[in-house]
Structures are given as structure tokens and as C-alpha cells.
Ligand binder design. Structure first.
Ligand code: MSP
Length: 512
């Protein structure tokens, strides 16, 4: 990631012909964690999400329900927005492709590419998969069906505008080769490299068979292809082309587009070549995460109900879900959602490890010092080892976060939780409390524990904002004043601070 102090991160924009499920929640959550983390490191963050509303699928679904496409979109958009509220998503903006600001940007980049001579009018004949909104060549079909979803395709012939994508093959290859981090993880990069090396065809970028979309400038018979339309959201939301607020200037190029592996080609072949043709710099990075199965099976409509995100949040709490989704599976690989695995994580990592650390530390401080944080004495070798464990891991956690290796970052944070729990066991404050001569030592041990809890709270806040805020309140801290301060991070708790006692942060879930 670059060293500038602005950070721009995006989710894909979600189709409105489906209601939000755990897969959508996952992408958005990962971006939220990253946005919150970058804010905690002092970055000004623009975090974008939104909805992809145009196209034949939405038009058909709306007609089937006796609605206009916009009425359908308005209804479904609310479901996404209310889920994001419930999931504590801290986005800066929510773009809808039906908005006027978006239309203007899409038409502008179309015009720029056309003016350059890279858009021409031709005739299109190929196999079209309506559910996937994708054209396939004869050889790409599997038994005559869509190679992605397996459903039947239709032969379509129509007048269409084409983008000269073939002209950009070498430039794109060179960009991917020169920028090893552009496509991540590595396996995805290799996939795209071989795809591009096989050759790029010109791309049909308009349709005449439906009307729910953005018209081609000066030829209203055509609407612009949904992917050309959708991908442009990443700059239309920043105010491109007028840039009245200066957001485009400040935040583009994007630091990272986070997407699922199924939409990799659109983001690493189509989008960069559109941008090259329009003379706009490319995003720094595209990261493709894996897919979730549910209890070992591909997510179907009925399975999606079993892991309906609102239901999961009501049942287990928002932070537990946030933690589980990012802890359980390395970001980039596929993963399986099971209730048993979720409950195990809640009981062991959250209730046991984290919950006990916070309740034991604060309870002892209240018991032995009436909740008033003592002044620490000279550190012993044990104290220094604890401090070094924290400071030593901050840089690697930063690296893991910048690599979007969320599960590794959480693992590192939990090593600190364990180190602090071990420090309690080894220092045995309850024994020190029995001897009056050890009061200063007892005070130092408890100071170090509370300081550990403060840093852990800061580190977990991006993943579990409510828990982080709860701990800050217990420690008498204002979360807004807090930032990680690199190697100066240790020892910032003010002696004399009044620390309250706490109810368990995560009650254990009874599995019997
Ligand atoms: N509208 C397009 C994206 C346009 S971006 C310019 C789209 N929308 S989508 O709603 O179908 O999917 C959005 C995201 O959800 C994708 O990144 C996709 O990978 C993700 N997921 C959908 N199902 C998923 C799982 N079962 N597991 C993990 N993520 C999944 O594609």
C-alpha cells in the first residue's frame, strides 16, 4: 500500500435482484475492518459501497412483480442499507447506479473512449446468459449452457457498440507484470495472466434488447452494458468528472477494490482497459476473496436462510459474527460456515480468552485499588517481556492488515491476549495482595494488565467496534481520542484513572 495519508477502499456494488446474504456481508465487512483500521492509523478514509441496479435481470424481475425497475431497486436498497447499519458498517458513501451523478460519469467515460477512436458500432452475435449478464462464444459453452451457472443461453444478434479491448492486451500484460501486487492473491494473478496471454477480444458494450440502463450518448436506442456502467461507480462516487469536492483528486487511484473471486475478470481486465483508454490511472490493487459454503454445501436459496445475516446477528451478536467471518478462514480462500464452528469460536476465543482477561484485570483492580489505576513502579524482566511482546507485534499486525490477512492479524492479536492471560497466572496478583510489602508490585502488575487491555481494545476495534467501545468505557477512555502510536504505544494509561467493573463481554453459549 502507498505511503500517502489518504486511503480509498471499495466493495463491489450489489445486484438488487437478490436480497443481502452472508456472502455480501462478508465482502462489506472485510472492507469495513480495513477502513476502520486505516482510520485508527491516522488515514483519511473513503470507504465506498452501493448497489448495481441496471440491466435486463432487474428489468425482468420488476415486471414480474408489477413494479418499475426503480421501485424494485428502492425496495431492495433499503434491505442492504439496514443490514449495513446492523452490521456496523462505516461507509463514507453509498452509490446507486440509478443516480444522476453516476449517469453523468458513465456517459463521460464512454465519450472519452469514443473520442479516442476506441469505440465503434458493429454487430454482435453470440450466446447470452441472462442471469449472468454475460456473452459467451460457442467454444466457451459447456454442453450448450453457460459455463458459469450451467443455465441455458440464447443466441443473440444485435447492433452493438464495441470497445477495442484487443488493443490493450500488451499494455495490460505489462501492467500486471510490472506491478506484482496489482492482483491478489497470487493464484488469481496467475489466472488472469494466462487469460490475457490467450488474447483479448473486442468487447460489446451496449445493448438494444432492453431499456433499463444508461443510454449511449447520442444514440438513445442503445443502453450501456451493465459492467461498463457498474465498474464506473468507483469513480462516479468520487465526483468524477466534475470533482466539485476534490474527492477524485484526493482519493483516486483507489488503494484496493475488494471483490469475490467470481468477478475477478471484470475488475482486472475490463476495468483497467476502460481506464487506460479513458486516460485515467489504474487502481493500486484488486483483491479477490473466496466463497462461503454453508455446512459444507454450496449456498442455495434455502441454505441462505439458515445463515440469514440479520438472524445471525440477533442470535449471536454483531461482534461475534464479525469476528467469526474474518477469523475462521484466510481471506482469499474458500470457507465453510457452520454453527458449531461459530459457537466454538465464541466460547473459546471471545468468552474465555478475551472476556476473562478483561473481567479478571478490571475485577482485581477494583478489589485491590478501588478501581483507581496505580502509578507503575520500575519494570521487572517479566514486565518488559510483556511490553516487548506488544510493541514487537504492532509492525507485523500492520503488515498483516495491509496484506488483508485478517485471520493472521487476529491470530497475532490473540497471541497478545494469551500473553496477558499468562502474565496474570505467572504474576499471581492474588498472592501479591496477601503481603503489604508487595503493594507497589501489585499496582505495577495491574497497571501493565490494564495497559495490555487498552492496546488489545484498540487492535480489536476495527473487527469488533462495539466490544472495543465497551472496553474503552470500562477504562474511562474516549474512543475518539485513541490511535495506535507505533512504538510509543505502551504506557499511555494515566495513573489515577477510574476503571469500572464489568459484566462478561461475551456470555458463553451453552451447547448441551
Ligand atoms: N453487481 C456485481 C458487482 C459489480 S462491481 C462493479 C455483482 N454483484 S453480486 O451482488 O452478485 O455479488 C457481490 C459480491 O458478493 C461479489 O464479490 C461476490 O463474490 C460476493 N458473494 C456472493 N456470494 C458469495 C458467497 N457465497 N461467498 C462469498 N462471497 C460471495 O457481482
Amino acid at each position: 500500500m502507498t505511503s500517502r495519508k489518504s486511503f480509498y477502499i471499495t466493495t463491489p456494488i450489489y445486484y438488487v435482484n437478490d436480497v443481502p446474504h452472508i456472502g455480501h456481508a462478508y465482502t462489506t465487512l472485510a472492507c469495513d475492518v480495513m477502513a476502520r483500521y486505516k482510520r485508527s492509523r491516522g488515514y483519511e478514509v473513503f470507504f465506498l459501497t452501493g448497489t448495481d441496479e441496471h440491466g435486463q435481470k432487474v428489468e425482468k424481475a420488476a415486471h414480474a412483480k408489477g413494479e418499475t425497475p426503480l421501485e424494485l431497486a428502492d425496495r431492495v436498497v433499503k434491505r442492504f442499507q439496514s443490514l449495513w447499519d446492523k452490521l456496523d458498517i462505516s461507509h463514507t458513501d453509498f452509490i446507486r447506479t440509478s443516480q444522476e451523478r453516476h449517469k453523468e460519469a458513465v456517459q463521460e467515460i464512454f465519450k472519452r473512449i469514443e473520442a479516442k477512436g476506441d469505440i465503434y458500432l458493429g454487430e454482435y452475435e453470440d450466446w447470452y446468459c441472462t442471469p449472468c449478464e454475460t456473452f459467451w462464444t460457442e467454444t466457451q459453452l459447456l454442453d450448450g449452457n453457460c459455463p458459469d451457472c450451467g443455465r441455458p443461453t440464447d443466441k443473440l444478434k444485435e447492433e452493438s457498440y464495441f470497445f477495442r479491448m484487443s488493443q490493450y492486451q500488451e499494455q495490460l500484460l505489462k501492467h500486471i507484470e510490472d506491478n506484482p501486487d496489482f492482483i491478489q492473491p497470487k493464484t488469481r494473478r496467475n489466472e488472469i495472466l494466462s487469460f490475457v496471454r490467450e488474447g483479448l477480444r473486442d468487447l460489446s458494450i451496449s445493448r438494444t434488447t432492453f431499456s433499463w440502463g444508461i443510454p449511449v450518448p447520442n444514440n438513445e436506442k442503445h443502453v450501456i452494458y451493465v459492467w461498463f456502467d457498474a465498474l464506473t461507480n468507483y469513480i462516479s462516487a468520487l465526483g468524477f468528472p466534475k470533482d466539485d469536492d476534490g474527492n477524485f483528486q484526493q482519493f483516486w487511484p483507489c488503494d484496493v477494490h475488494v471483490i469475490g473471486k467470481d468477478i475477478l475478470r471484470f475488475h482486472t481486465v475490463y476495468w483497467p482497459t476502460f481506464l487506460m483508454a479513458a486516460g485515467i490511472p489504474l487502481p493500486d490493487k484488486v483483491f479477490a476473496h473466496g466463497w462461503w459454503t454453508v455446512e459444507g454445501q454450496k449456498m442455495s436459496k434455502s441454505l441462505a436462510n439458515v445463515v440469514e445475516p440479520n438472524m445471525l446477528i440477533d442470535k449471536y451478536g454483531v461482534d461475534a459474527i464479525r469476528y467469526f467471518l474474518l477469523r475462521e478462514v484466510p481471506f482469499g480462500l474458500d470457507g465453510d460456515f457452520s454453527h458449531a464452528a461459530l459457537i466454538h469460536r465464541i466460547n473459546s476465543d471471545l468468552a474465555n480468552d478475551l472476556g476473562n482477561l478483561v473481567s479478571r484485570s478490571t475485577a482485581m483492580l477494583n478489589k485491590y485499588f478501588d478501581g483507581v489505576l496505580p502509578v507503575p513502579d520500575q519494570p521487572t524482566a517479566h514486565d518488559t517481556a510483556l511490553k516487548d511482546a506488544f510493541l514487537g507485534r504492532l509492525d507485523s499486525i500492520d503488515q498483516q492488515m495491509n496484506d488483508l490477512a485478517f485471520n493472521k492479524a487476529l491470530q497475532s492479536i490473540w497471541e497478545l491476549v494469551s500473553a496477558a492471560n499468562k502474565y496474570i497466572d505467572e504474576m499471581a496478583p492474588w498472592s501479591l495482595a496477601k503481603e503489604e510489602s508487595q503493594t507497589n508490585r501489585l499496582g505495577t502488575v495491574l497497571y501493565n494488565l490494564i495497559e495490555s487491555v487498552r492496546l488489545i481494545s484498540l487492535l480489536i476495534e476495527p473487527f469488533m467496534p462495539q466490544t472495543g467501545a465497551k472496553i474503552d468505557t470500562i477504562l474511562g477512555l474516549d474512543p475518539h481520542d485513541l490511535q495506535l502510536e507505533g512504538q510509543d504505544s505502551w504506557g499511555r494509561m494515566q495513573p489515577g484513572t477510574l476503571i469500572s467493573k464489568t459484566e462478561p463481554l461475551f456470555p458463553r453459549i451453552d451447547t448441551t
